[in-house]
Design a protein around this ligand. Structure first.
Ligand code: BES
Ligand code: MN
Ligand code: MN
Length: 457
């Protein structure tokens, strides 16, 4: 298989570049046709790789690509999940090259979606091609690649519920996360959940002259800032009553184990060009971004932001706020607690509305399962190192739903790096990681098939 991958390496890269040229931004309705084009591209390439069938499954939103290769019903089945949609590319002026005109520089592919998640999805298609072309496919495989992950996977849940038979499998395999570094591979053992909402603060019934009224009437922007600031105390502990009630605290041993993973604070600060880190007292940076919940403002607006100045007390102010959740916090409950608290702290001088957006459950995956051990052995063989289990801070809301609706656990075998700048300008993906991923995936198939034969699925 190594030889096949080396031989076809250039084509594997150029095909990915073709996929990256399609601006499949799911959040922006102007790109609806492009999102479909990306789905069609994946469908065609599944067939070209040797899948028995591949189709676009329509939803009220963007289509889901489903394909499969069944070689023997008595063998295990791996269900590969990923997403072909991408985040919006703005701010555009910070890109060194246009986000949908991929370029290779310093052994990295620069484009929106290069790592999250087109590059990582495409590794799976090329791994399938490689296994089939070299006679190495050891089990059945199904692909479910969606186009709405970056906007909350609104329609995937219904698709999964309506297609349980079709999606029957033994394990779900996902490459949409990262590793610690290329010298220190890791396997994701957990993801945070999410509760996302928008708040609206209304003061006077119209924008006012800030000289005539300033000082006597509540300014909704000032009030919104005060309210947001009060959501954390001096220890950066979130003040919403009940917020931490369900949080699973890790034991000292578990935290010590976590602390063994390499992390360099100086490099971290240097990479981000920050004078210091910032977060909850008595937790390390690694813990703050994985096992602890957060509350962050993702956007805030109101008043005059145009050129020059305008002396005005705006009538309204808005913010988008997200909370990352950890086991066993429930997004519904947290959204409810936030809403109740936010309304309760609003002064009488303003009216406040809270609108919930999407959410997602946190997950932790077992690290002793057959599937996890198979992934571990795959890394050992391809990378020459045993991967470290690592809980990640990002969210893939659908993972919890797979478990609930299909009864299936996921293996989170991602190959990205924190420095790949996903969701940011100049997103990129290392050619090394792309090719290494294509080598690692077939080894997971091999070890999963053999281990599940001797130990059960
Ligand atoms: N691939 C990411 C999630 C991720 C990134 C997990 C890095 C672990 C490490 C995914 O595409 C993503 O961006 N998810 C969103 C979820 C949201 C849109 C519901 C997130 O985490 O913000
Ligand atoms: Mn992703
Ligand atoms: Mn993403």
């Amino acid at each position: 298989m190594q030889a096949y991958i080396q031989q076809h390496k250039n084509r594997f890269i150029s095909e990915l570049l073709d996929l990256l040229r399609i601006p499949s931004i799911s959040a922006d309705s102007r790109y609806k046709n492009d999102v479909r084009k990306a789905a069609e591209f994946i469908r065609e390439k599944l067939i070209a790789a040797g899948a028995d069938s591949a189709e676009l499954c329509e939803t009220p939103g963007h289509p889901i690509v489903y394909g499969q290769k069944i070689i023997d019903a008595s063998l295990p089945t791996i269900l590969v999940y990923g997403h072909y949609d991408v985040q919006p590319a703005d701010p555009l002026d910070l890109w060194h090259s246009p986000p949908f005109e991929p370029v290779i520089k310093d052994e990295k592919i620069y484009a929106r979606g290069a790592c999250d998640d087109k590059g990582q999805v495409y590794m799976h298609l090329k791994a399938l091609e490689t296994m089939l072309a070299t006679g190495n496919l050891t089990c059945n495989v199904k692909f479910m690649i969606e186009g709405e992950e970056e906007v909350g996977s609104d329609n995937l849940g219904n698709f999964v519920k309506a297609n349980k038979e079709k999606l029957q499998a033994d394990v779900i395999l996902i490459s949409d996360t990262g590793i610690i570094s290329n010298d220190c591979p890791s396997l994701t053992s957990g993801l945070r959940g999410l509760s996302y909402l928008e708040v609206e603060v209304t003061g006077p019934n119209r924008d006012l002259h800030s000289g005539m009224y300033g000082g006597a009437v509540a300014n909704p922007i000032n009030i919104l800032c005060e309210m947001i600031a009060s959501l954390k105390d001096e220890n950066k502990h979130i003040t919403i009553p009940g917020f931490y009630d369900e949080v699973v605290e890790l034991s000292r041993e578990e935290r010590d184990e976590m602390a063994k993973a390499p992390f360099n604070l100086e490099e971290y600060k240097k990479d981000l060009n920050i004078g210091d880190v910032h977060g909850e007292t008595s937790y390390s940076t690694t813990e703050r971004v994985s096992i602890r919940p957060t509350l962050d403002v993702n956007g805030i607006w109101g008043g005059y932001t145009g050129e020059g100045s305008k002396t005005v007390i705006p009538s309204q102010a808005f913010a988008k706020i997200s909370m990352r959740l950890v086991p066993n916090q429930s997004p519904e409950k947290i959204t409810e607690l936030f809403t109740k608290h936010f309304l309760a702290i609003a002064p009488k001088s303003v009216k406040v509305k809270v609108k919930p957006h999407h959410g997602g459950e946190p997950v932790v995956t077992p690290i002793d399962s057959v599937a996890f051990r198979a992934a571990s052995k795959a890394f050992e063989e391809a990378w020459g190192k045993t991967p470290i289990p690592k809980r990640e801070g990002g969210s893939i809301p659908i993972v919890a739903l797979f478990e609930k609706e299909l009864g299936l656990k996921s293996v989170l075998m991602g190959f990205g790096l924190d420095s790949d700048a996903i969701h940011s300008p100049n997103e990129h993906y290392g050619l090394f990681n792309y090719i290494k991923g294509i080598e690692t995936i077939p080894l997971f198939y091999k070890y999963y098939t053999t281990l599940s034969k001797t130990e059960g699925r």
